[in-house]
Design a protein. Structure first.
Length: 255
């Protein structure tokens, strides 16, 4: 599905409580260009990966926003079929595994008239990055910001301090003259109010921290007890993820 002049969405058939409608695979290509860049090929679902191949045509490179399997599992298979490399923060996912296929702050990826800038945003995972397409005004956020609801910062891979810093940096970027028109998330619909949603994300995290502080003061000292107290309004099927978030919150408060 064409979403913008530069971005096409192919959604994986892996819906669920954590993946919403499924993983969003983004195909980025300049108008009238032959080569594309594929962001997050998604899980190892061959029908999905072949649909991405068909839509992407000639692939210059695969980029990963982070290492979670619902974004990265199909990357090696896809890259082999497409005859391209994979760039990622985590060396385990790079193809080839050399430094040149890493992703760092200030890196710029170009392909057939397309420009993509790398913005490190650790927190959801320590290897999370976002991708800025200045020609299009689109910022690809992976799981750092979702199209609906809020992202999980799961202990031990996720860390709340870096995540809060990343949200602050993204909000500043969204409010800058850069011209961020929309967020293209790893799950859920496109976000047309970047600064507003980022402000909500920051407030939500601060509110949850205040709730955890209150729960601790009231004698709820274990993550399990805090989840039952703080996340009583959340579907219990999500409580295991909430517990990992609480562990990340406790680590943050204990620093």
């Amino acid at each position: 599905m064409r979403v913008t002049e530069y971005a096409t969405l192919v959604r994986a058939a892996n819906p669920g409580p954590m993946t919403l409608e499924g993983t969003n695979t983004w195909i980025l290509r300049a108008p009238d260009a032959e080569h594309s860049v594929v962001v997050d090929p998604g899980p190892m679902l061959e029908d999905h990966l072949r649909a991405v191949l068909e839509e992407a045509r000639q692939v210059a490179v695969v980029l990963l926003t982070h290492k979670h399997p619902d974004h990265s599992e199909g990357a090696a298979w896809f890259a082999n079929q497409a005859g391209c490399g994979v760039r990622a923060v985590d060396p385990a996912f790079r193809i080839p595994t050399d430094h040149a296929h890493g992703l760092s702050e200030g890196d710029v990826i170009t392909a057939d008239g397309l420009r993509i800038e790398v913005l490190p945003t650790p927190g959801h995972t320590l290897d999370s990055v976002c991708f800025w397409v200045p020609q299009d005004g689109s910022l690809l956020t992976g799981d750092t910001v979702l199209g609906r609801g809020t992202s999980v910062v799961a202990h031990p891979d996720g860390a709340l301090g870096p995540y809060l810093n990343s949200l602050d940096n993204l909000r500043a970027f969204a409010n800058s003259p850069a011209g961020v028109a929309r967020l293209l998330p790893g799950h859920g619909p496109v976000i047309d109010d970047p600064a507003g949603v980022l402000t909500y994300y920051i407030k939500h995290r601060q509110d949850r921290l205040d709730q955890v502080r209150t729960a601790l003061a009231e004698g709820h000292t274990t993550p399990e007890s805090i989840v039952e107290h703080v996340y009583a309004d959340v579907d219990p099927t999500l409580w295991p993820a909430a517990e990992r978030s609480v562990r990340a919150q406790l680590d943050y408060l204990n620093d």
